[in-house]
Design a protein around this ligand. Structure first.
Ligand code: GDP
Length: 440
């Protein structure tokens, strides 16, 4: 899971702070030293870490924090805000011009995930009602054209290819083709190299000047950490980029690239790739990433994922229940059966408030889901609607009925209670919602 190490280390630093009633400047200093180490171990750029810790420390030693009744929580709040700021505060979108087609040029090193993400973007835009055209501009590897055709078919997007001719010509003809065929988005899958070289950059510059893309998106592999950031910096200096797609975040336990790209290059991360399948693409929301790093879950992304797989009526009902805090075990059961449709459990579980960070990847398996379902279906209607009535004898009955142990039932009830608590905070009204979200 992304940010795993960082989340654990930050949690440990904050736990120590929380165990103290009042804080003084020395306590903050010690905690900030740990935050600094945690960020460096997560492979965040050295200078970014230095500035980050300086900013957080300056705010944390302010009188309103030290004298507040919950200083540790105030510090966590500041870290959360600064993490958001570091990653860009809000989701940087793709600028779609009013006059189609919108030309998106994908570039990046070989193996970074360019072709996969061209198709992921096509699928993403199709789900929004657009008509994207994928264009095979990587003419050096014949396999690259075939690969684009395969993923294009999966994304149900047409692929424009002219074989192994000059990519500049292909790009120009593709744009004309898009205009003739009503494709409002053109996604150019350009060639990559193992390293940045002049020839590649010249080719990209030529494509850029021939078709004037609306967006140049650089695809970088987050698992390469600071190398990814250096690649972004070079591409930006030489070619000029509008944003970054950070791929393979699912396998990046450190998260250094996600936290450094904007600060180092000035260009935002616009999307994150979180798996090999075409639906494994998320618009990059700094606020939600910060929440995940701090183990606070990410309900919004979860709901959006749900919206793409669950029918609208159900999603609406779920949103209302979350808002009204009337989410019961029946809803949880319903929710779990929908979740199964949404993708690997490992990815989703960390988005659930109160659960994130508390369950390790290796503990998550589908059998656990089956056990949870068995426990809930062994409850009576009244128990599902109001789990508080589940006393020890009811727990024994539920455990017997579901082939589990009383401890399992206890754990489920406890997690459910935590979930309800978090959702209550999430569902508050207006400004209160925003201010309190995620701070237990
Ligand atoms: P390209 O050379 O830049 O076009 O890279 P590809 O699109 O061919 O991707 C290289 C490899 O990375 C393929 O095996 C992809 O399945 C894999 N890949 C791409 N994006 C992701 C991602 O977000 N997560 C994971 N786990 N694998 C990815």
């Amino acid at each position: 899971m992304a940010f795993e190490g960082l989340s654990d280390k930050l949690a440990a630093a904050f736990k120590k702070l929380k165990s103290k009633g009042r804080l003084n400047e020395d306590d903050i200093k010690v905690a900030m030293r740990e935050v600094r180490l945690a960020l460096l171990e997560a492979d965040v750029n050295y200078k970014v870490v230095k500035d980050f810790v300086k900013d957080v420390s300056a705010r944390a030693v302010g009188a309103d924090v030290l004298e507040s009744l919950t200083p540790a929580q105030q510090v966590i709040k500041i870290v959360n805000e600064e993490l958001c700021r570091l990653m860009g505060s809000e989701n940087a979108r793709i600028n779609i011009p009013s006059k189609p087609p919108c030309i998106i040029m994908m570039c990046g090193l070989q193996g970074s995930g360019k072709t996969t993400h061209s198709a992921k973007l096509a699928k993403h835009f199709r789900s929004q009602g657009h008509r994207p055209l994928l264009v095979a501009c990587d003419v050096y590897r014949p396999a690259a054209i075939d690969q684009l055709k395969v993923v294009g078919a999966k994304a149900e997007a047409p692929v424009f290819e002219l074989g192994q001719i000059d990519p500049v010509q292909i790009a120009q003809k593709a744009v004309a083709h898009a205009k003739d065929h009503g494709n409002d988005i053109v996604i150019l899958d350009t060639a990559g190299r193992l390293h940045i070289d002049e020839e590649l950059m010249n080719e990209l510059k030529n494509i850029k000047s021939a078709v004037s893309p609306n967006e140049i998106l650089l695809v970088v592999d987050s698992m390469t950490g600071q190398d990814a950031v250096n690649v972004a910096q070079s591409f930006d200096e030489t070619l000029g980029i509008d944003g970054v797609i950070l791929t393979k975040l699912d396998g990046d336990t450190r998260g250094g690239a996600a936290l450094s790209v904007l600060a180092v290059t000035g260009k935002p991360v616009k999307f994150a790739g979180i798996g090999e399948k075409l639906e494994d693409l998320e618009p990059f929301h700094p606020e939600r990433m910060a929440s995940r790093i701090l183990g606070m879950g990410d309900v919004l992304t979860l709901i959006e994922k749900a919206q793409t797989t669950i029918d609208e009526k159900k999603t609406g009902e779920m949103m209302n229940k979350l808002k009204e805090s009337s989410f019961d075990m029946n809803d949880l059961l319903d929710y779990m059966s929908q979740i199964k449709k949404m993708g690997p459990l490992k990815q989703l579980v960390n988005m659930i408030p109160g659960v994130s960070g508390k369950i390790k990847d290796e503990d998550i398996d589908d059998r656990q889901m089956v056990r949870l379902e068995a426990m809930i279906t062994s409850m009576t209607k009244a128990e599902r609607e109001n789990p508080k009535i589940i006393n020890p004898s009811r727990k024994r009955r539920i455990a017997m009925g579901s082939g589990t142990k009383v401890e399992d039932v206890n754990r489920l009830l406890k997690q459910f209670e935590m979930m309800q608590k978090m959702m209550k905070q999430f569902g508050g009204k207006g400004g209160k919602k925003k201010r309190r979200r995620g701070f237990p």
